[in-house]
Design a protein around this ligand. Structure first.
Ligand SMILES: [Zn+2]
Ligand SMILES: [Zn+2]
Length: 344
């Protein structure tokens, strides 16, 4: 048996003993979890009513770092002892979308830690094809960012930013901060972040923003026009889920908007005329597509300082402390360390 955080009912988790998982398919590996982190999605899963669907009874946790302790019969690219991060969105490889290469749109997808057992535990099982090896030198406290970061790398990949171009990031939660770091590292000129929470505004500056604007205090669109001589921003990244119109009002004609935030309960009004008249390029971006190896290379390069975003390090049994901190906005990255009981 092992300790795990189980999604036990609406808005509820239980720290409990569950059977240690076993390899069932020949392409799977058994991982001993080094560290896991709480994602905004976990908060949505555990809200009442849930604002993100998940399967009750599963071990939660889709962001984790692990070491391979056993491999299935068909596994050739990983061996016992390897450290890995992984994309928890397990695609089938055979459906219409997968055959078109759109693995992030798989029609038969299952997700470790959301629809199936994940990493808030001592061990988990994952298909080898979802894992990417990391070096022994990469601290778990950096590697833990792999899953959210690969999604943002995928989004950044879409906008093809030119060196020196101006960027506006809407929202400075973890995703907005990754956008800030990545676009800066990608050669952005002026990076402006819009955020209402003063604590998060501070982090945005640390993450490389040149200026943070509080849209509750000043007119964001007016400020953006002042900052850009009335032209508008080259690239806008939306990390909130409801601000598409703000993005359209701030971007320059023929500029690019990448929409990343999601809120299924909202139907924001959109000025279609402006999108057409100004030939604004809009990109929706959902999870990651083939960007995990690049993300690992990025983390191993040390190009961006991710560890500054860690606000909490807790034993797995204190999951609820971390969850509360995520809920009240005082946490950015909460890292959980699984514990085993002696003499088992
Ligand atoms: Zn996540
Ligand atoms: Zn598929």
């Amino acid at each position: 048996m092992m300790n795990a955080i189980v999604f036990s009912g609406v808005g509820e988790t239980t720290y409990m003993k569950v059977p240690k998982p076993q390899i069932k398919k020949a392409d799977e590996v058994l991982l001993k979890i080094e560290a896991a982190s709480i994602c905004g999605t976990d908060v949505h899963i555990l809200s009442t009513p849930p604002s993100y669907p998940a399967t009750q009874g599963i071990v939660q946790g889709h962001e984790f770092v692990g070491r391979v302790v056993e491999v299935g019969a068909d596994v050739t690219s990983l061996k016992v002892g390897d450290r890995v991060v992984l994309d928890p969105n397990v695609f089938c490889g055979e459906c219409y979308q997968c055959k078109k290469g759109n693995f992030n749109m798989c029609e038969e997808v299952y997700v470790l830690g959301i629809t199936d057992n994940g990493g808030f535990a001592e061990y988990t099982v994952a298909p080898c094809k979802m894992c990417v090896k990391i070096s022994e030198d990469l601290p778990a406290e950096v590697a833990i960012f792999a899953e959210p970061l690969t999604c943002v790398v995928s989004a950044v990949n879409k906008v093809r930013l030119l060196p020196g171009e101006s960027v506006l990031v809407l929202g400075a939660g973890p995703i907005g901060l990754y956008f800030t770091m990545l676009l800066k590292a990608n050669g952005a000129g002026k990076v402006i972040v819009s955020e209402v929470n003063p604590k998060r505004a501070e982090y945005a500056l640390k993450a490389g923003a040149d200026r943070v604007i509080n849209p509750n205090e000043v007119d964001l669109v007016e400020e953006i026009m002042k900052e850009t001589d009335g032209h508008g921003i080259d690239v806008v990244a939306e990390a909130v889920g409801t601000l598409i119109q703000t993005a359209i009002d701030c971007v320059r004609p023929k500029g690019k908007v990448v929409l990343f935030g999601m809120d299924s309960s909202m139907r924001p009004e959109v000025d279609q005329f402006k999108i057409v008249r100004n030939e604004i390029e809009l990109y929706g971006s959902f999870i990651g597509l083939n960007t995990l190896p690049a993300t690992v290379a990025l983390m191993e390069s040390g190009l961006i300082d991710l560890q500054q975003l860690i606000t909490h390090k807790l034993p797995l049994k204190d999951f609820n402390i971390g969850l509360e901190a995520m809920r009240d906005g005082s946490a950015l990255e909460v890292i959980l360390y699984p514990e085993s009981d002696e003499n088992e």
